[in-house]
Design a binder for this molecule. Structure first.
Ligand code: ADP
Ligand code: MG
Length: 251
């Protein structure tokens, strides 16, 4: 695979929500290319369509018009089961509110995507080594001492770390993060961004992070902004001048 081809690309994406008789155009021609090993931030004010775009990129939803390309192959129009597989294997997702299952322990939450992906017999055959992998991942995100805690016994930052471990258990190529620090105070948020940065650098994990918080994007490779349904590059695809960006108003 050539690194000068985008890993993931959006071409002319349009998305309009229809509620009753009212049409709300959200994306009106989004073009975006993301490269292997990039840590990309997508910023924009609340309601500008950031979550919508992230959902389309991860095949959680379909565009009305336009295409999503993974390794130059179209993925937005794949049959449902192939998109399910992509969501389980190629993409990892983390969200503002973690979405951990409250009745499961940290370790069980991290193992859940494996349980879903494997046939029952495969799960039982592999569960020891999978458990080991999950424990290693939880160690990696700093939660080795919280394996058997339930989500309600964790802090917000710890819940997001558990969610990150869960997102990584199937070794995704791309991590999609929707406001991952949105429910954390500044210090805890900065720790989460540092963790994502480490995963990006050490494992060359490609990360696409949506946020309306301009303070946290300084530690990412590139920032694009959603404005009026389209993407504006910070610069011509170069690393943005971060000093200039921090002066932009938060959305
Ligand atoms: P952001 O993540 O940037 O805050 P969203 O992508 O969540 O923005 O939403 C963009 C716009 O689309 C908002 O006006 C929102 O109300 C609307 N919207 C989002 N999801 C839906 C939906 N499922 N049905 C109708 N309108 C929606
Ligand atoms: Mg959103």
């Amino acid at each position: 695979m050539l690194d000068n081809l985008p890993l993931l690309a959006a071409v002319n994406l349009h998305k309009t929500y229809r509620k009753h008789a009212i049409e709300v155009p959200v994306l009106t021609g989004v073009d975006l290319e993301v490269f292997v090993g990039e840590f990309l931030s997508i910023v924009g004010s609340s309601g500008s369509g950031k979550s919508t775009l992230l959902h389309l990129l991860g095949t959680l939803d379909k565009p009305d018009e336009g295409r999503i390309l993974l390794d130059s192959e179209r993925i937005d129009n794949l049959p449902a089961e192939q998109r399910d597989r992509l969501r389980n294997e190629t993409f990892g997702f983390i969200f503002q509110f973690y979405h951990l299952l409250p009745e499961l322990t940290t370790l069980e939450n991290v193992l859940m995507p494996k349980m879903i992906a494997l046939p029952v017999r495969g799960w039982f055959r592999q569960r020891r080594s999978l458990k080991q992998q999950a424990i290693e991942l939880l160690d990696r995100v700093g939660l080795g001492h919280r394996l058997h805690h339930k989500p309600r016994e964790l802090s917000g930052g710890e819940m997001q770390r558990a969610a990150i471990a869960r997102a990584l258990i199937n070794r995704p190529r791309i991590l999609l993060a929707d406001e991952p620090t949105g429910n954390l105070d500044a210090d805890k948020g900065a720790e989460i961004i540092r963790l994502l940065r480490d995963l990006n650098r050490q494992d060359r994990l490609t990360i696409i992070m949506v946020t309306h918080n301009m303070e946290i994007v300084g530690n990412t490779d590139r920032v694009v902004r959603l404005v009026k349904g389209r993407v504006e590059e910070a610069t011509n695809g170069e690393r943005p001048a971060l000093a200039g960006w921090s002066a932009l108003p938060a959305g």
